[in-house]
Design a protein around this ligand. Structure first.
Ligand SMILES: [Zn+2]
Length: 506
């Protein structure tokens, strides 16, 4: 002891959180920048994490009657224009296809040719193209509700990008529902929000605050946007998922009409909801440490890696046979209704292997050598514990206990995140205290500040804009679960009827 343990990631979170994040993404081998501006390559370790998130969320959607479908990547410009505030909201981020052919010019270089009569927008979201389909699929109240989801990529031309958190192209799901009544549509909006909260808390181990967005932060074209907000380790907010009550705005734009039970023609009430690969960024930023990622077991790319340890090459076959047997047993058992995911790392790279898996964040590392074999044991290390803390276990005990150990890690990550969020969420009253709360804690890292401020706000766009201008702090949400309380706006001092969550955000 005494001597500081060397950390695998440089800089550490304390030294430079933002650079730490980039280095962790690299060290974990989850993704990398691509030659295409603002677009990422998701590598197998990152993609399998995504696949596991997709499976869980997809199952939850199907449980509540949502069915998957697929719609075109391209949206005719005229479709996007149908809803005025929608097109205005996305105009600056649209990638547009204007030609359909390449031709050689006089210099022998390929240039776009064959201009399109109507430009096509690469979908930034699909309300308008799906709305067009819905208008054909819906004619009677008997066709409702219509509950559709698609798992796709979307493109939003971002000026500043960061892997997983903000990229020009990303993967997501977008759910779209049409209902006969306002009440049902609102219930759907809230139900999907609850599903996101369940995914975040029970699977990603991210505690979230559920709330509604202010008018300024709403989805373009929505009547009401609901969101879940998580806190990252730099105390900034990350919006993990959103669910939008669209009223009849998009139904009117796309002519989604139906004959009611009373045989009157009515517009449907629509809803949309989305969550993306930025959830992976949230997992890294909340659970990572100075040695890399720590993956929550329920969605982890893999659960356990076996690392054979032997001095003489003659021992390798025996050790491998022993490991293969345990791996076979584990692979046919289940953790949270999913097969246990097992890796075997038999590369001859010595101690470096262990560190690689630490950086990748696999929940369990199991070393096996001739001595462990002779005692019918394995040597187990948990990613959520100090690396030197390895425990020898009887092999049968380990096989029997692995699901409990994984659950312990899952709960441990969640509890840690909960106490961090609670510790850094404070009721802040009065302008002076509010401005102080968002003052950087440390000059080297001007981004890091107090956390989530639960403060009074008068509800005007002016105060919201001033706070954003002064501090880059926004109203993350108006929490759904909170008591009514009278107070004074932290910006103007006028009366307020309740607290909202203010924070810096990704
Ligand atoms: Zn005010």
């Amino acid at each position: 002891m005494g001597k500081e343990e060397k950390k695998a990631i440089s800089p550490t979170r304390e030294e430079d959180y933002s650079e730490w994040y980039q280095q962790v993404v690299k060290a974990s081998d989850m993704a990398e920048r691509s030659p295409v501006r603002g677009c990422m390559v998701i590598k197998p370790w990152g993609y399998s994490l995504w696949e596991n998130i997709v499976r869980e969320l997809d199952d939850m959607f199907k449980e509540v009657g949502v069915k998957n479908a697929y719609f075109p990547l391209f949206i005719p410009l005229s479709f996007l224009e149908k809803e005025a505030s929608h097109v205005e909201g996305f105009a600056k981020e649209c990638a547009v296809v204007t030609h359909h052919r390449l031709e050689k010019n006089a210099d022998g270089r390929l240039v776009p040719a064959g201009p399109l009569t109507e430009p096509l927008v690469v979908r930034p979201t699909s309300e308008t193209i799906i709305g067009d389909a819905f208008s054909k699929w819906v004619s009677s109240y008997r066709d409702l509700p219509l509950l559709i989801n698609q798992w796709v990529n979307v493109v939003r031309w971002e000026m500043r990008t960061r892997i997983f958190l903000r990229t020009s192209e990303f993967l997501w799901q977008e759910g779209h529902a049409a209902h006969a009544t306002e009440k049902e549509a609102m219930e759907r909006t809230r139900l999907m929000l609850d599903i996101y909260a369940r995914l975040a808390e029970e699977y990603l181990a991210l505690p979230v605050t559920k709330g509604r967005k202010t008018a300024a932060e709403r989805f373009p074209g929505a009547v009401e946007t609901f969101c879940i907000e998580a806190m990252m380790q730099d105390r900034k907010a990350l919006q993990v998922g959103t669910s939008h009550f669209l009223g009849q705005n998009f139904a009117k734009a796309s002519e989604i009409k139906f004959q009611s039970f009373e045989e009157k023609e009515e517009y449907a009430w629509t809803v949309s909801w989305g969550a993306s690969t930025r959830m992976i960024g949230g997992i890294i930023m909340m659970h990572g440490d100075d040695d890399g990622v720590i993956l929550p077991p329920r969605v982890a790319s893999s659960h356990v890696v076996f690392i054979p340890i032997y001095r003489s090459p003659d021992d390798k076959p025996k050790v491998m046979e022993y490991i293969q047997k345990i791996a076979m047993e584990l692979k046919s058992s289940f953790y949270c209704d999913r097969k246990i995911r097992v890796e075997i790392d038999d590369r001859d790279t010595g101690g470096a292997r262990g560190w690689e898996w630490i950086k990748k964040g696999i929940p369990l590392r199991v070393e096996v050598g001739p001595r462990d074999m002779s005692q019918d044991s394995v040597y187990v290390a948990r990613r959520d514990k100090p690396h030197r803390e390895k425990i020898s276990m009887k092999r049968d005990f380990f096989v029997k206990e692995i699901t409990n150990i994984l659950d312990e890690i899952q709960n441990n990550l969640y509890e840690k995140a909960v106490s961090f969020k609670e510790k850094n969420t404070l009721q802040v009253d009065g302008g002076k205290a509010f401005y102080e709360f968002f003052t950087p804690l440390n000059k080297e890292q001007p981004e890091i500040h107090g956390g989530f401020a639960l403060s009074h706000w008068c509800g005007t766009g002016e105060c919201e804009a001033k706070i954003k201008e002064d501090l880059s702090v926004t109203v993350r949400c108006i929490p759904l679960e909170q008591e009514k309380e009278k107070g004074k706006c932290v910006c103007c001092g006028r009366p307020s009827s309740g607290r909202v969550v203010f924070a810096k955000a990704y």
